[in-house]
Ligand binder design. Structure first.
Ligand code: DGL
Length: 278
């Protein structure tokens, strides 16, 4: 089935999930929206995150998506359940797959969770991990300085190395064998995080894990696009912020160049009102 898969994030972070989708599911059409103008979501109130996320969901629904990926841990933490109830297509967030992978890879039961303030405050990773294995020893750490570094394309700079080292100091040498990158922006800082924590620590990319689940969901619902389907695939990227900055980061991160269009917050609000009015 050649209807697209929809992805949303507060900004460019969801591209780390899309990158994995392009690798594992190259036949699939993709529509992405990043709310860069209102990023970061991490420090925002639950009400704001829920409202903004729902606006992006409505936008993606106008594009006739067949499956929705909430490619943002912060939005998943506070809005996934509500969105699942509201829409009629399959919806998947990034937290359950990330937590499942953490539980799978740890050998000594000591897991670190890195995330935004919103994600860590929600306790959703902790709940997911402990529901599967109540004996896990978990340290959660909010890393509020990471997303602004990524959004301003400074992930590969001496400043990034300094900030990552300072932020992760409290969890270094605590015997963690597995650390979950519980924010889809963080894989862009992965090399630096790995250097600081040491090569023996297994880093889990929650987005990467999510695409394995998306693949299962597509098969389960019999909606995957097969290699012998001749219809052309679509790749559309939208941002509420600067298309140029978005494209610079996307070109740096993804294997193929993409087209980026701007969608205004006014447009998102208008679509939301139209959807509410039915
Ligand atoms: N990419 C995001 C996440 O996975 C959001 C970060 C933010 O906007 O603070 O949580």
């Amino acid at each position: 089935m050649n209807r697209p898969i929809g992805f949303l994030d507060s900004g460019v972070g969801g591209l780390t999930v899309v990158k994995e989708a392009m690798r594992q599911l190259p036949n699939e059409s993709i529509i992405y929206i990043g709310d860069n103008a209102r990023c970061p979501y991490g420090p925002r109130s639950v009400e704001e995150i829920v409202t903004f996320t729902n606006q992006m969901v409505d936008f993606l629904l106008t594009k006739d998506i067949k499956l929705l990926v909430i490619a943002c841990n912060t939005a998943t933490a506070v809005a996934l359940d509500e969105i699942k109830q509201r829409v009629s297509i399959p919806v998947i967030g990034v937290i359950q797959p990330g937590a499942r992978a953490g539980n799978k890879y740890t050998k000594n039961g000591k897991i670190g969770v890195l995330g935004t303030e919103g994600t860590i405050k929600s306790g959703v990773y902790l709940d997911n991990l402990l529901q599967k294995n109540k004996d896990l020893d978990i340290i959660s750490l909010a890393c509020p300085a990471f997303v602004p570094l990524v959004e301003s394309q400074q992930y590969d700079t001496p400043l990034a190395k300094k900030i990552v080292a300072e932020t992760l100091a409290p969890i270094k040498n605590k015997g963690l064998d597995t650390v979950i990158l519980g924010c889809t922006h963080y894989p862009l800082l992965r090399e630096t995080v790995q250097k600081i924590l040491g090569q023996s620590v297994k880093l889990i990319d929650s987005g990467q894990e999510t695409i394995s689940d998306v693949s299962i969901l597509l098969d389960y619902n019999d909606i995957a696009k097969m290699s012998d389907d001749p219809s052309p695939k679509v790749r559309q990227f939208y941002t509420t912020g600067s298309p140029e900055l978005f494209k610079n980061i996307a070109d740096d991160w993804l294997a193929e160049p993409i087209e980026v269009s701007r969608v205004t917050i006014d447009t998102l609000e208008k679509i939301q009102r139209q959807m509410e009015e039915g």
